[in-house]
Every structure is written in structure tokens, then in C-alpha cells.
Design a protein around this ligand. Structure first.
Ligand code: SF4
Ligand code: SF4
Length: 148
């Protein structure tokens, strides 16, 4: 299941490299977060235990590792693939579920911090597009009904 979503040959090289560990904000700031351990276990075929770990949800998807990587591959791909498998099995943090539900309802993943924006002289954020999202959901629902 996981092997089909990942290039194991590139991950093998990644597991021996580790160059982007020092520029990953989660690696630097979150004790215990180390994608190299997850990748080594993926390469060894022993990755199932990580589905229950909070580590796979601590990747920020900031793309730093992809931008720096000489193979344009690595940390982020592994963590994204692990989250996808965990989600399919119904394993995810409650905060993530809340975020999905809020996005489906409003088109936003969270409320903007207005006092902080004001303090920094930032303009009001653009509209979320929640209404358009609702229309797309309605169209998808209709399409599925037509296929069923
Ligand atoms: S993602 Fe790329 S640069 Fe980072 S450790 Fe893996 S192979 Fe090295
Ligand atoms: S995408 Fe994830 S693994 Fe890569 S640098 Fe950002 S936080 Fe770290």
C-alpha cells in the first residue's frame, strides 16, 4: 500500500543522506520529530507502527526539504504518504478532523488572528471562498447521484 505511493529507491538514498534535517522547522523545534527514522523504517518495510505516532502529523508541508533536496524527493513525500494511509484507516488527531470539518463548512482551516494582524498593520484577509466550495460540493453530490 505505501510502497505504491513512494519511490523506495529514492527514499533509500534519503535515509542515508539526512542533509535537510537542519533546515526542517519541525526537526529543529519539535523534540522527537525525525523523519529519518520514519524513512528508515519505510525502507525496511517496518512502517506500520508510525501510523499511530503523532510524528507523521508534525510535518508542516512547508516544502523546505523538497526545495533543498538534490533528488527533489524525501522527507515530505514520506510523511504525506504516511498520513494518507493513516487517514484511510481512520487514524488521525481530533484537531485535524476539526480542521477538515471547518474547511468543508466554511472554506477556512481556522479563524484569522485579527488582533495580531491589526498589530502588524496587515489588511483584512480575503474572503474564504466558502460559498463557492458549497456549490462545488453540491455539484459533486449531484454527479455521484447521477452515477449511482
Ligand atoms: S530529502 Fe533530500 S536532501 Fe533531505 S535528507 Fe532526503 S535526500 Fe537528503
Ligand atoms: S515539509 Fe515537513 S519534513 Fe519537510 S522541511 Fe517542512 S516540516 Fe520538515
Amino acid at each position: 500500500m505505501l510502497g505504491a505511493a513512494l519511490n523506495i529507491k529514492l527514499l533509500e538514498m534519503c535515509s542515508k543522506c539526512g542533509a535537510c534535517y537542519s533546515i526542517c522547522p519541525s526537526c529543529v523545534n519539535l523534540p522527537g520529530y525525525d523523519p529519518r527514522e520514519v524513512i528508515q523504517d519505510i525502507v525496511a518495510g517496518d512502517w506500520e507502527k508510525w501510523l499511530l505516532s503523532k510524528s507523521i502529523w508534525q510535518c508542516l508541508e512547508c516544502h523546505y526539504c523538497l526545495e533543498m533536496c538534490y533528488q527533489h524527493y524525501g522527507f515530505e513525500n514520506a510523511m504525506t504518504a504516511m498520513r494518507a494511509v493513516a487517514t484511510k484507516r481512520g487514524i488521525f488527531p481530533v484537531q485535524v478532523k476539526r480542521g477538515w470539518e471547518m474547511f468543508a463548512k466554511t472554506g477556512k482551516l481556522g479563524e484569522p488572528a485579527m488582533p495580531a494582524r491589526k498589530k502588524m498593520n496587515l489588511p483584512a484577509p480575503a474572503a474564504s471562498g466558502g460559498e463557492e466550495l458549497k456549490k462545488i460540493y453540491a455539484l459533486l453530490k449531484e454527479k455521484r447521484r447521477g452515477q449511482g
